[in-house]
Design a protein around this ligand. Structure first.
Ligand code: SF4
Ligand code: SF4
Length: 753
């Protein structure tokens, strides 16, 4: 008897035509004996919701509501009842809309989805938020160039105080030395006046902004809502608390010393930044000038990426030279000129002003400044003589450290070991020996170890002092869904630290990062998660009585949320946690769980499914589908009316990183014929919402072969796939192909045991 649970089955939205809703109600009553089980033809309508509300207000003390209706991804606001835990069973998108109406197999899947939903309710509790942590609503903005100034101004406009820290003795960054700016307003055809002085004055005058120049961040501890930061000005230090951090440390020009092949070092060859200085201090006497685009950019030997601003900057400088002296002969030599959006107007203005644009590759730059171009239109070498200045359009390198040094490569690989000892432990199938943590090879970052001098934030995290970054040193970011996000919760990157961009874009970027930082503060004040599980109040709890101090959780947490205490036990900073469950999936002794998500819960859900007899020829495939992309893709299949095998039973998981090997082996032991792990796309420009879930799943699946062998099962019974949220066809094809492969391999011999 489950007298605190009520089960509601909706027969609307074609569910009633596809399955027998009354039979589902009868099944719920018989198998689970809830306080109430009833169907309704329009559960999300006012009448249906009122019925549930009345039941909750009654004397039955119902605490858990199981709604078997549409996907849990929709109608969350409608099916929200104060004080009650609501669990959703998917009968619409993943049953009625994707399988044959009235078919026996469709009814069986509906019954199993109801069983799994009720089991989920029985095996979970509403999360208790941890609201004890102190909250600061001030922002720390690191970097006093144009992006950081814009960030502080945006924070002030939103009503939030900030401290703007700049390591040099004055604000303004590179912009202070620029002669003019790229056009930011219509008609986008002429260089604009440098207004950085006005922005600096506005920031300095704002009561909500405290400016600290000649100041560095000596140390950063804590988490969102309460970052405890030590600021150092010479020998003077101050300890302050901030709710969130915006990093806007900007860029530096690519080292032109590496561009000897383009003539750098010869008198008369300057970089675009050097020319900017000349223009700002009175101009040049050059009468014939060639600009060489992509000087180091889009070159695998130098910067493999497009630095984005150099084309616009060369056009601006060419126009300025032409404006100063209309007789000046100017060539812009490009392989591909990149002037997106309104920059196209700027390009046209330069063409109309008589600037010569040549498409070709540079063959040589001679000591007398003759530039030989392999002209793409003429198909021949064209020497440009008589030049008295050559300008190299050098690109942007992110300031990922205070001295511009690039961070070590391992940070690029999301699966790269941070701790050697922990990594060794993670490679072992058996519960690791405690001595692993005392290994001489331990490369963990002891908190009392000397900190690198060049770290921007000096994070006092066990995972290291730097912000993790993607290739080429740009601060980490989920390009598609969370562009300002770093892998350190509550810390947001913006401007050219994130990717090459001009000042106009960087100002917009700063506004975006500040709004995200404000969200992080406000979510932390409610002990709730930031994206992608926005508002989630759960967090992992550690059963330290069985913890072996193996450190897998510390190593695999993508967000550096777990440190260790002096005895080596994991210590969570709740507000850094994004609730992905990667630590739960990593823990070999299954001692990590959430109030409303655990290995036991998922295992119980999969076991709640009725496994047909071997001779029924109805295979059962367990699909552990990531709730971020795979599960919605399967919902979308239903929305599109795409039919696929009804032999699959789908359980949403927070991230494939949360999938423990025991979920797979238990499913196979209980008679499933195969298991598919379906997650987001992985890779450097990852779509995995928790950085590395799909990659971890692949790694774990590669290790399950031994387990399968010991169970005398074929390796093909477990597969890991990646799908994009838009790929409903791909997601259903994976299921159909897998079921077909099971038909070939045959049924699981564990059925019935
Ligand atoms: S749930 Fe995710 S973010 Fe939170 S501690 Fe575990 S691995 Fe880290
Ligand atoms: S909680 Fe689990 S994963 Fe973390 S150290 Fe303890 S045993 Fe290892």
């Amino acid at each position: 008897m489950n007298d605190k649970t009520a089960v509601y089955v909706c027969s609307g939205c074609a569910i009633g035509e596809a399955v027998d809703a009354e039979a589902l109600v009868a099944l719920a009553e018989e198998e689970f004996k809830p306080a109430r089980a009833i169907s309704h033809e329009f559960l999300c309508g006012d009448e249906g919701l009122a019925m549930i509300g009345t039941d909750l207000a009654g004397e039955g003390e119902i605490e858990k509501v199981v709604v078997c209706a549409c996907s849990p991804r929709v109608m969350a606001d409608r099916f929200r009842f104060d004080g009650a835990q609501v669990v959703r069973g998917n009968l619409r998108e993943q049953v009625a809309w994707c399988h044959e109406p009235g078919d026996e197999d469709t009814q069986m899947k509906a019954a199993d989805n109801l069983r799994m939903a009720v089991t989920q309710a029985l095996k979970s509790e509403p999360p208790e938020p941890d609201t004890e942590a102190p909250i600061s609503r001030r922002l720390l903005v690191v970097g006093g160039g144009s992006t950081g100034l814009a960030a502080a101004r945006e924070a002030a406009r939103a009503g939030y105080e900030s401290v703007l820290v700049e390591q040099s003795s004055e604000l303004g960054g590179h912009a202070k030395g620029f002669s003019k700016f790229l056009p930011q307003r219509p008609p986008y055809r002429t260089p604009e006046a440098n207004n950085i002085a006005e922005l600096i004055a506005e920031v300095e005058a704002d009561q909500r902004i405290t400016v600290k120049t000649a100041t560095k961040v000596a140390s950063t501890a804590g988490g969102p809502g309460d970052f405890r930061v030590t600021l150092a000005n010479g020998t003077a230090q101050s300890d302050e608390s901030f709710g969130a951090i915006v990093v806007a440390t900007g860029w530096r020009p690519y080292d032109a010393g590496k561009l000897g092949h383009l003539g750098y070092g010869n008198p008369g060859v300057v970089t675009n930044v050097e020319l900017e200085g000349l223009l700002a201090s009175g101009g040049t006497s050059a009468k014939a000038v060639a600009f060489i685009q992509c000087a180091g950019s889009r070159d695998p030997e130098h910067l493999p990426y497009c630095s984005q601003v150099c084309c616009g900057v060369s056009i601006k400088q060419a126009l300025q030279l032409r404006q100063a002296d209309p007789e000046t002969m100017i060539y812009v030599i490009f392989d591909e000129l990149r002037t997106p959006g309104t920059a196209e107007e700027f390009y046209r203005a330069a063409q109309e002003a008589g600037i010569v644009f040549m498409k070709g590759k540079i063959s040589s730059v001679a000591a007398d400044l003759t530039v030989t171009v392999n002209d793409a239109l003429l198909g021949e070498e064209v020497p440009l003589g008589g030049l008295d200045m050559v300008v190299l359009a050098t690109g942007m390198v992110p300031n990922a450290t205070t001295d511009g040094a690039l961070l070590p490569d391992p940070d690029i690989d999301p699966l790269a070991p941070i701790f050697r000892a922990g990594d060794e432990a993670a490679d072992e199938e058996e519960t690791p020996d405690e001595s692993t943590t005392d290994s001489d090879d331990d490369e963990s970052v002891a908190l009392d170890a000397p900190r690198p001098e060049n770290s921007i934030l000096n994070l006092q995290y066990r995972q290291g002092p730097h912000l993790p970054h993607l290739a080429d040193g740009f601060a980490d970011s989920h390009f598609i869904c969370f562009p300002y996000e770093t892998r350190r919760t509550g810390i947001y990157a913006c401007g050219p630290l994130r990717r090459p961009m001009d000042m106009g874009e960087a100002a917009e970027d700063a506004a975006g990062a500040v709004l995200k930082a404000i969200q992080a503060i406000e979510q932390a004040s409610r002990a709730a998660a930031v994206h992608p599980r926005v508002g989630d109040l759960s967090y992992p709890k550690f059963g330290l009585d069985t913890c072996t101090k193996c450190r897998r959780c510390t190593v695999e947490c993508p967000f550096g949320a777990i440190d260790e205490n002096a005895e080596g036990f994991p210590v969570l900073t709740n507000t850094r946690c994004r609730r992905c469950g990667t630590c739960m999936g990593a823990c070999p002794v299954r001692t990590i769980s959430f109030d409303n998500y655990s290995v036991e819960m998922v295992n119980s859900m999969s076991k709640a499914v009725e496994i047909p007899d071997e001779f029924d020829e109805k295979p059962r495939v367990l699909v552990l589908a990531c709730e971020n992309d795979a599960y919605p893709a399967l919902d979308k299949a239903g929305i599109q009316g795409r039919k696929y095998s009804s032999m699959a039973r789908i359980i949403p998981v927070r991230c494939l990183g949360s999938v423990s090997l025991v979920m797979i082996s238990d499913a196979l032991s209980s008679g499933y014929d195969g298991v598919i792990l379906m997650g987001c796309k992985s890779g450097d420009d990852y779509q995995c919402h928790f950085v590395k879930g799909s990659a971890i799943a692949k790694e774990r699946v590669s290790k399950i072969e031994e387990t399968l062998k010991s169970m005398m099962l074929e390796g093909e019974r477990v597969a890991s796939h990646e799908v994009a949220i838009t790929d409903a066809a791909g997601a259903t094809q994976i299921i159909d192909d897998f079921v077909a492969s099971i038909d070939e391999i045959g049924m699981n011999p564990f059925k019935g045991f």
